[in-house]
Design a protein around this ligand. Structure first.
Ligand code: SAM
Length: 291
């Protein structure tokens, strides 16, 4: 750390329940020269709740680049900056990384003040193994990219954890069932809030629960087991609906096949004629474009 340089504190704040904040977090927020936050009005509510009067400045995905330079200059001049996000731990599927890099480059101290983060709360309460896990942040919004991402993690020997938006949860679970096969899973919704719910079951059961008119509201985390449930009927159903576009993409990427060879391979795996496989590929891509 450079002489006279200040300190950047990465302060975790609640993911819903305002009591989920540490005493140290409150002290650091009240002693800092400045609190950098995604939404100043949102963070002001937390600060007001605890009688903290520190000045705030916005730091969000749209001004991250310029603000990181500006805040790093303040740190280099000896100021103390506390970074928070709207909820949970800054830098976890939230802005933070650029500022941390800039602070390190300017010789400032970087000090975490740990606390709530949604994926850890969801994972630990899911009932699925916690010894090894993979946190993938938000799954891609478009189906083809989402299936391709799921294909990349299909054979990991780890519990899979993703953030997901409520209007995509049904589609994401369906893609997960198709690409990963039937598995135990959990959807942790509105953690620490009034309507907290942790739905546990097979992917097929969760698809049922979170589709159509039962679509859920609120913030949610999806947790998926590493083990495929050996169930011939489920496997067959899954193969029949498996995404051919994702399979073709996986063969192209992982095995360096050209599209023609990848399609032939995918057709064989799905028990389809090459014509039928091609028709399905074109239909899926058209569907993805209109998503
Ligand atoms: N920085 C945050 C953290 O440490 O968890 C994550 C911020 S990210 C922009 C917001 C996503 O986190 C939501 O879309 C949801 O997937 C998840 N999330 C945040 N709060 C949650 C809660 N109370 N219950 C369930 N999921 C939550």
């Amino acid at each position: 750390m450079a002489d006279n340089a200040g300190t950047l504190y990465l302060v975790s704040t609640p993911i819903g329940n305002l009591e989920d904040v540490t005493r140290r977090a409150l002290r650091v927020l009240s002693e800092a020269d400045l609190v950098a936050c995604e939404d100043t009005r949102h963070t002001r509510k937390l600060l007001d709740h605890y009688g903290i009067r520190t000045k705030t400045i916005s730091y969000h995905e749209h001004n991250e680049r310029e603000r990181a330079v500006e805040l790093a200059a303040r740190l280099a001049a000896g100021q103390t900056v506390a970074l928070v996000s709207d909820a949970g731990t800054p830098g976890v599927s939230d802005p933070g990384y650029r500022l941390v890099r800039a602070a390190i480059e300017r010789g400032a101290g970087v000090v975490p003040v740990p606390g709530a983060t949604a994926f850890v709360a969801a994972l630990t309460a899911s009932g699925l193994p916690t010894d090894e896990f993979f946190f993938g942040g938000f799954l891609p919004a478009r189906s083809m990219a989402r299936r391709s991402r799921l294909s990349q993690v299909r054979s990991l020997a780890a519990t899979l954890v993703f953030y997901e938006a409520p209007h995509r949860i049904g589609d994401a679970l369906r893609d997960a069932r198709e690409i990963l096969g039937e598995r135990e899973a959990a959807v942790a919704r509105e953690l620490t809030k009034l309507h907290e719910e942790i739905a546990r079951g097979r992917l097929t059961e969760l698809i049922e629960k979170f589709s159509g008119e039962h679509a859920a509201r609120g913030e949610m985390v999806v947790v998926i087991d590493r083990t495929v449930i050996a169930d011939a009927a489920a496997d067959q159903a899954s193969a029949q609906t498996e995404s051919i576009a994702a399979l073709v993409a996986a063969y192209e990427r992982d095995e360096g096949l050209d599209q023609r060879a990848a399609l032939k391979r995918a057709a064989r795996r799905l028990g389809l004629s090459r014509d039928e496989a091609y028709r399905r590929l074109v239909a899926e891509r058209a569907r993805d474009r209109s998503d």
